[in-house]
Design a protein around this ligand. Structure first.
Ligand code: MRU
Length: 347
């Protein structure tokens, strides 16, 4: 299989896999400029909550490395840069987690600006490295839920392309296979931007995993036919009560799982939890351009005059989620253990 670095720091630049070109072309983009980096995040050249957090951390460095002035001015400039970056993708909380993590360092710093710039870059590198280990641990913790011979359905892309490496939902599948289990995968194509067909089907077939691609609307029928044993998805933001925002279409899958008595799992790092909000109603949902629905690869497929509603994410209520798999542990529904965990963290 092809080895790739989804996000990396190469020759003083942010390097990302150009995800809008996949699966037809595999290329890297090298980015040297803050505005270009923000645009790449907005256009989904780099996407998936953890990868957005990592790319965002490097983007903070790009936005501050040329600053000339005193420390007070630097701190003000950092806040402006962070604000612009935060507006690129409002739902994926990992972006705000990374901004806050680096923001705290900047806020508490007293010393030479050039040293602070190096610290920001070093912290971005740390976030990148940590994510690799986190994904492996999510895989290890989650794979016990999958039995030999299972067929698992996934939605969007929560694989190596959405993280530093390996993935969250796909990481669980990879880990089960590495543990000797035979696992087949059904991938939803994931309209409107087709992360399932373009990215997940690409990652899985690169790894020679038995993969069947279906249109989103086929999932319920596949469940009714007994073709699906479990569903695993990633997450963009998980509220304190376990309500989970993920790619639009995830909620319908969870409802269909309940109807067909199929376990519905969410796999995500702890950085995807937003303990500042009580429930999913407080999660901001990104709305994207109408042309993402009117066009497919520049080909018009709907009348331009039609009304379009294009929310990029939906929220799955916690009662529909069987378990949330993290790098620390698996939290099982009804998520009392999740509240205990949060209380424990606060102590
Ligand atoms: O719009 P995207 O492609 O960034 O949406 C990605 C998803 O919804 C993923 O499922 C989620 O970020 C988890 S990635 C490990």
């Amino acid at each position: 299989m092809k080895n790739f670095d989804t996000v990396s720091w190469v020759e003083n630049s942010l390097q990302i896999v150009a995800q809008t070109k996949l699966p037809v072309e595999f290329n890297y983009l090298k980015i040297n400029d803050f505005d270009v980096a923000c645009d790449a995040i907005k256009r989904l050249e780099v996407r998936g909550a953890p990868a957005i957090g990592i790319a965002g951390a490097f983007t903070l460095y790009l936005g501050t490395r040329d600053f000339n002035g005193d420390l007070v001015g630097f701190k003000k400039h950092f806040l402006q840069v962070a604000k612009v970056l935060g507006e690129t993708r409002p739902t994926a909380v990992n972006l705000f987690w990374a901004i806050e993590r680096i923001g705290k360092i900047v806020e508490n710093f007293s010393g030479e600006i050039e040293q602070l710039k190096k610290i920001i870059l070093g912290e971005a590198q740390k976030i990148l490295q940590e994510d690799k280990e986190i994904c492996r641990n999510i895989g290890k913790n989650g794979q016990v839920l999958l039995k030999n011979g299972m067929t698992v359905l996934t939605h969007c892309n929560a694989g190596g392309l959405a993280t530093a490496d390996y993935g969250t939902a796909l990481g669980v599948i990879f880990s089960a296979i590495e543990n000797g289990k035979k696992i087949s995968v059904f991938a939803d194509e994931t309209r409107p931007l087709l992360q399932g067909s373009r990215l997940t089907a690409w990652e899985l077939t690169q790894r020679k995993i038995d993969t069947t691609l279906i249109c989103d609307g086929m999932a319920a029928f596949c469940m009714a036919q007994g073709k699906i044993d479990a569903v695993i998805v990633g997450a963009d933001r998980i509220a304190s009560n376990g309500d989970t925002a993920n790619k639009i279409g995830t909620y319908s899958l969870a409802v269909n799982c309940q109807k067909h008595k199929i376990p519905f799992y969410v796999a995500a790092p702890l950085s995807t939890f937003d303990f500042s909000i009580k429930n999913g109603k407080q999660i901001p949902i990104e709305e994207r351009d109408k042309n993402e629905i009117i066009l497919i690869s520049d080909k018009q497929i709907a009348p331009k005059e039609v009304n379009i509603y294009n929310p990029a994410f939906d929220v799955t209520p916690n009662d529909l989620i069987s378990a949330i798999i993290t790098e620390r542990q698996v939290f099982y529904n009804p998520f009392n253990d999740l509240s205990n965990f949060i209380l424990g963290e606060k102590k």
